[in-house]
Design a protein around this ligand. Structure first.
Ligand SMILES: Cc1cc2nc3c(=O)[nH]c(=O)nc-3n(C[C@H](O)[C@H](O)[C@H](O)COP(=O)(O)OP(=O)(O)OC[C@H]3O[C@@H](n4cnc5c(N)ncnc54)[C@H](O)[C@@H]3O)c2cc1C
Length: 646
């Protein structure tokens, strides 16, 4: 690796020159590094805030899912069928759906080969189960920590190949000229107020695998250590796609963990209290015609985890609405109570619906208290909290309706390249999904995208590593240095840590699963004002200078998402996916709403920052699934010429 030094604004900055830099060390980033190396691109390095950071490494769920083409049993499946399922989620481009379906087996088998223990039966079939939004049984799982295991095996492969990892470097700018990437600017973790340490990675290509924009909501199921870096990309002019589309659902807040599956099927009690934990009340009853109906929908929540606008009027998503109202509207704290049965009535006294009673009877769990049923049906789920200091037979579990995944993100083409040449977004940073996606499709998309970006880079004719940095990058670097110097001098303003907690809370209140237009407008105004006067209004807090750039990144993401939401509504958008917009029903008739919503079906929203910090959104037709030439001789010929990469 060539290195040199430049001086900007009196600061000495080391420049490391490589062919490709991979930003982020989650499942997608590590896969991209391995794929690049295996395709002959060895002059690469990984730059990450922390090798053990990110969502893949630090999260999971009851049974964390990986989605792929069926590899067992007799039910017919095909690449096109899987592409149609992905595409059927709405607002997902057909070529991406096809590529994710086509690449799924290769990457799944690769992971299995590297040691991810996806279960096989005695004949070697990788058996599957049905996950949400899945018409087949395409899902597999290596247990609650599938994505963590993926990062572990992938890291071993990266280490075997001696790929250099720079851990402890936070990306603060994407450097670019004429819509072409030049590298990234990073700040060292723990940099001191007056002497921050910066480093530039100059590269022909950047694979951006910095994960989802996890830090913008207070009520969040993402791990605390992950905040993402999508805002920096939007600041550099990358187009965002489907930024309105998120997944929210009920999760415990400390520790952050989805309370799906058995946690709901054992029928815990839902209670709320005042801020001090007193004045305990059960609150579900008013949301359902009867207690039995409430219990049925709590049970269904087990496998209908994400909040779904379609289930919010008479389905299981009323449970999420009830939790949301207690916590956000009434300002109370909400808990699951496994110590007592709902309404403190013994289970034997309930008239449970057939589905629930049959399930609990089959599972030999139609007895006792919720924690006893949980221990009997899924002792690992009980022990998960025990290991983290919460004994569900004695303690209440605090919950909220939390952001868990951004289906949208940076807009990419068939090779996961963004509108900035040489800048590829893979994993959750990329916005390849639409309104709904099958559970497990995120992990598949991360692996497929990493492979395709690597293949595209490896196919380039000019691979010589560049070391000169264009003049256009100097002002981009200067803005970051200026911010670091200016905020270092601010004493009396709110610190970055304080701003972050204020804005996250507002985001959860205004623009989570329930989107309130006037509050969204207010919050957008606040974000824009703070961005405009950033260097004067932000000070350095306990978490140091790095946190100032976390705030800056978060502000850009909030601005883009809030602008996308307002634009969506202006174009007639209404309740869909994991969000509802209650104000719209008050303003328009049901017919008007339906007509406008129909017009939006099959349309994709893309949004980017333009001059003066304004955003510009466009709507275009969703691309259909392509039906390509399948005549073998032709495909082979093209493959021999350029591997059909074009
Ligand atoms: C509770 C929960 C359950 C989930 N369950 C499932 C599931 O069952 N199936 C499924 O498919 N998906 C699931 N997901 C989603 C899935 O886990 C994520 O989408 C996926 O792990 C993201 O992987 P990634 O590699 O893109 O990003 P991450 O794993 O988040 O990695 C991001 C990397 O970038 C680094 N980074 C971030 N910002 C910076 C910066 N500024 N500078 C330098 N480095 C930076 C981080 O340190 C990290 O190394 C779940 C998510 C959550 C929160």
């Amino acid at each position: 690796m060539k290195k040199n030094v430049i001086f900007i604004a009196g600061m000495r900055i080391e420049v490391c020159c490589v062919q490709t830099v991979i930003a982020g060390s989650g499942a997608a980033g590590l896969a991209a590094a391995k794929e690049l190396y295996d395709q002959g691109i060895e002059d690469i390095c990984i730059v990450t805030e922390h090798i053990n950071g990110g969502t893949s490494r630090n999260t999971g769920s009851d049974k964390q899912t990986y989605y792929k083409l069926s590899l067992s049993g007799g039910a017919p499946d095909s690449v096109y069928k899987m592409a149609e399922t992905l595409f059927g989620g709405g607002c997902m481009d057909g070529e991406l759906a096809l590529a994710e379906a086509a690449g799924s087996v290769r990457h799944f088998m690769g992971l299995a080969h590297m040691g991810v223990p996806f279960p096989q039966n005695r004949y070697g079939e990788f058996v599957g189960y049905k996950t949400d939004h899945d018409p087949m049984q395409r899902a597999s799982s290596a247990g609650p920590l599938t994505s963590k295991i993926m990062t572990e095996v992938l890291q071993k492969e990266v280490e075997k190949r001696k790929i250099r990892i720079y851990s402890g470097w936070q990306i603060v700018r994407i450097l670019h000229e004429n819509e072409s990437v030049q590298g990234i600017l990073c700040i060292k973790n723990g940099s001191r107020r007056m002497t921050p340490e910066f480093k530039i990675f100059r590269s022909n290509d950047v694979i951006y695998a910095t994960g989802g924009p996890a830090g913008i909501y207070e009520d969040s199921a993402y791990p605390e250590c992950q905040h993402g870096a999508s805002g920096i990309a939007y600041q550099a002019g990358v187009t965002g796609r489907n930024l309105t589309e998120w997944q929210y659902g009920i999760a415990s807040v400390n520790p952050r963990w989805n309370v799906s599956g058995t946690y709901m099927q054992v029928l815990p009690r839902f209670i709320s209290t005042d801020k001090e934990g007193k004045d305990e009340k059960e609150f579900l009853e008013g949301w359902f015609p009867s207690r039995e109906d409430a219990l049925k929908h709590v049970f269904l929540k087990g496998y209908q985890w994400p909040f779904d606008a379609r289930k919010s009027k008479d389905g299981s998503s009323r449970v999420d609405l009830a939790v949301y109202q207690e916590r956000v509207e009434k300002g109370r704290r909400v808990f699951l109570d496994f110590r007592n049965n709902p309404w403190k009535c013994p289970i034997e006294s309930w008239q449970l619906c057939e589905e629930v009673s049959e399930y609990l009877t089959k599972a030999e769990a139609c007895f006792g208290l919720p924690w006893e049923r949980l221990q009997s049906m899924n002792s690992l789920a009980y022990e998960f909290y025990l290991k983290r200091g919460i004994d569900l037979k004695e303690d209440r579990l605090e919950i909220a309706v939390c952001a868990q995944h951004n289906n949208g993100g940076m807009a990419v083409d068939l090779w996961w390249q963004t509108n900035i040449r040489g800048l590829f977004a893979v994993g959750e940073a990329a916005g390849t999904h639409g309104i709904y996606r099958p559970g497990g499709a995120a992990l598949n998309a991360g692996q497929v995208g990493a492979g395709r970006a690597a293949a595209f880079i490896a196919s380039k004719k000019e691979l010589e590593t560049k070391s000169d940095l264009s003049h256009a990058c100097i002002p981009q670097i200067e803005t970051a240095l200026k911010t670091a110097i200016s905020v270092g001098k601010n004493q009396n303003e709110k610190t970055a840590d304080e701003w972050i907690s204020i804005l996250k809370k507002s985001m959860s209140e205004a623009a989570g699963p329930i989107r309130k237009l006037s509050e969204i407008r207010k919050l957008l105004g606040r974000c824009e004002d703070l961005l405009e006067h950033f260097d004067q209004k932000v000070g350095i807090g306990k978490k140091g200078i790095g946190q100032v750039f976390v705030l800056e990144d978060m502000l850009y993401v909030q601005k883009m998402c809030l602008s996308a939401m307002l634009d969506y509504v202006e174009h007639g958008g209404n309740d869909r996916g994991s969000a509802i917009y209650p104000d719209i029903c008050l303003q328009k008739s049901a017919e008007q709403i339906e007509e406008k919503q129909r017009k939006l079906e099959g349309q994709v929203q893309e949004i980017k920052l333009i001059q003066d910090g304004r955003t510009q959104a466009i709507w275009r037709k969703v691309h259909p699934i392509p039906y390509d030439d399948h005549f073998f001789e032709n495909v082979w010929k093209g493959y021999r010429i350029n591997k059909n990469i074009m």
